[in-house]
Design a binder for this molecule. Sequence first.
Ligand SMILES: Cc1cc2nc3c(=O)[nH]c(=O)nc-3n(C[C@H](O)[C@H](O)[C@H](O)COP(=O)(O)OP(=O)(O)OC[C@H]3O[C@@H](n4cnc5c(N)ncnc54)[C@H](O)[C@@H]3O)c2cc1C
Length: 281
Amino acid sequence: MITEFIRATSPQESLEAIQKAGDGTVFLAGGTEIQRLGSAVACTKVVSLTQLQLSTIEEKDEIVSIGALVTFQEALESDLVPEYIKEALRYCGSRTRRNMATIGGNIALARDDSYLFPTLIAAKARLILGDIANDGKYTEENIPIREYHSFREHFAGSLILGIVLNKPNRFVASRRYARTVQSPAAVTISFGADTSSGSPHDIRICAAIKGSGVVRLLAVENGVLNGQYHAPEDAATQAALDIAFVDDITGSAAYKKYLLGTAVSELYRACLETLSVGGAV
Ligand SMILES: Cc1cc2nc3c(=O)[nH]c(=O)nc-3n(C[C@H](O)[C@H](O)[C@H](O)COP(=O)(O)OP(=O)(O)OC[C@H]3O[C@@H](n4cnc5c(N)ncnc54)[C@H](O)[C@@H]3O)c2cc1C
């Protein structure tokens, strides 16, 4: 139960408030997860981020910056946000929740049915993070989201200020498999590649798999890069390597493994097709 509500007016103030309030204190953005019945986020105190100026979407020289407090609906209504991000935003089927849920909150959660995380990895998005260093100074850094994903514990106390999409010509495509748009997804997967040289390189493939977490498919990324597959379908067998699938309400372990394999080959094929018709999307 939330017993204390703390307001902050700047990133520095919010980080200091978290430190001061101690254990059981978390940032509050849209609140859709924190206030969800049965939420995995346990907290007694919250530091509200709503007064931070992090709700803008800007574009300069084809680089799009999206503030952490931008809601899913605001991003969907912006002409600046790339279509592949909008596709992932629409995975949240509830308009009410889209009006509240923020981009930053979604990234921080990195749920095993995450709407956005796989797509942001595939897009090679960068995150702007705010932190208080050991000497008490406020710092900001700009890091690749793959680094945030690999070192989650290191960034656990960081404040996400926004995301930067600086690869305007990248191929990015995603799929989400769920019984209905409102149901939790068994698998959400995204495939990204730079296709400017005529063949896919700089590959990123990431999947949120219910019960297994958010995983990068490194073996397939390398396989695609090295041209080791005769056909996209050959990538399917490697997709499930080292992933412990589990049975749950979204489907059996075997079903999730099958979904992952077929989705990888479908997305790889879609990427190759954009090359054969003359360019990336
Ligand atoms: C019925 C229901 C179904 C849902 N289904 C899904 C689903 O399928 N997939 C999915 O991904 N999500 C799902 N969610 C969770 C949620 O709606 C989204 O993940 C949403 O984007 C979270 O954003 P928020 O702003 O509401 O986060 P909040 O609830 O405010 O915060 C969530 C967490 O993120 C932290 N946080 C928030 N903002 C920041 C920031 N800027 N920097 C650092 N940490 C921050 C908070 O401290 C907290 O730990 C569901 C929620 C509900 C109620």
